[in-house]
Design a protein around this ligand. Structure first.
Ligand code: DGL
Length: 296
């Protein structure tokens, strides 16, 4: 990675399909008060959760390319669906460090679950894309933990509508959790939109299930990695800049409801300009079968 020291005062790029990533941004701002942040909310293409994985993977490469072109020193993928679809390949391709939310979430769940016996189950709630990708389930299985996953497509609009605490949220949570295993003891909120639903989920699950929100774990992991790379900023900074592909007033409203970090909000019209080759996602088939199969 070229000339790290000259990039210390550059901002950190963060992106999500919309406002959900603001829960991660808030934790990042707390953990790294001297950093500047550029946050992309791709509300024009929300939701990512029900879209094909290859498409979401393309969005993730595209945003990383755009943020790198805008001079960021690192990128945080503040979206589970995009993290599951694009990492680790995105991190390998990009010219700056790229971190997602899945790994820190799994590490936090493993720590929260440590006191339980071998039969206790870790669950993960997420979008259809995240649960379908199986990334969490595989990472948990690799730690020897039995996992249960449930796609919850109605949760994102409920949070965006600002009704996370009401009767509708409660009924939907009961619906999604109705067939949870009785041995469930730890539950990962595997979507950056879900933290506002924590009180509702706790009410449905009762006191025996610990909720894990990867936002704080991600912020701690990013802070440690930045410091390790010599990229952390020690003074100044503290600014947040929002770039939004969809309707600005709706974004501003929901960002306020979610207590997102304040800062100027600017439109970012799609399509984006064409960026360097690495920021075009390789097709999944290319990665699985290799270049020879593409030529054929
Ligand atoms: N915030 C996104 C995530 O963490 C989900 C929202 C969406 O479906 O776009 O997966």
């Amino acid at each position: 990675m070229p000339d790290v020291s000259s990039r210390v005062s550059s901002p950190i790029g963060v992106f999500d399909s919309g406002v959900g990533g603001l829960t991660v941004l808030r934790a990042l701002v707390r953990a790294l008060p001297n950093e500047d942040f550029v946050y992309v909310g791709d509300t024009a293409r929300l939701p990512y959760g029900g879209k094909p994985q290859a498409m979401v993977r393309g969005f993730a490469f595209e945003w990383t390319g755009e943020l790198v072109a805008r001079g960021v020193k690192a990128v945080v993928v503040a979206c589970n669906t995009a993290s599951a679809a694009a990492l680790p390949d995105l991190a390998a391709a990009a010219p700056v460090p790229v971190w997602g939310v899945v790994e820190p979430g799994v590490a936090a769940a493993v720590a929260a679950h440590a006191a339980h016996g071998p039969d206790a189950i870790v669950g993960v709630l997420g979008t259809a894309g995240t649960i379908g990708a199986g990334t969490y389930q595989r990472a948990l299985a690799a730690q020897g933990l039995p996992a249960w996953g449930r796609a919850c497509p109605l949760f994102v609009p409920i949070v965006e509508e600002g009704v996370s605490d009401g009767t509708i949220a409660r009924l939907v949570a009961e619906h999604y959790l109705a067939d949870r295993p009785t041995e469930l003891r730890t539950l990962i909120l595997g979507c950056t939109h879900y933290p506002p639903l924590a009180a509702t989920l706790r009410a449905v699950l009762g006191p025996d299930v610990a909720l894990v929100d990867s936002a704080t774990a991600t912020a701690a992991a990013v802070a440690a990695a930045l410091t390790g790379l010599g990229l952390a900023r020690c003074d100044g900074g503290g600014g947040v800049h929002h770039l939004v592909t969809g309707d600005l007033p709706s974004y501003a409203h929901v960002a306020q409801v979610l207590d997102g970090p304040e800062g100027p909000i600017e439109p970012l019209p799609l399509p984006l300009p064409v960026r360097p080759g690495w920021s075009t996602a390789p097709r999944t088939a290319d990665l699985v079968a290799g270049p020879a199969a593409v030529a054929g």
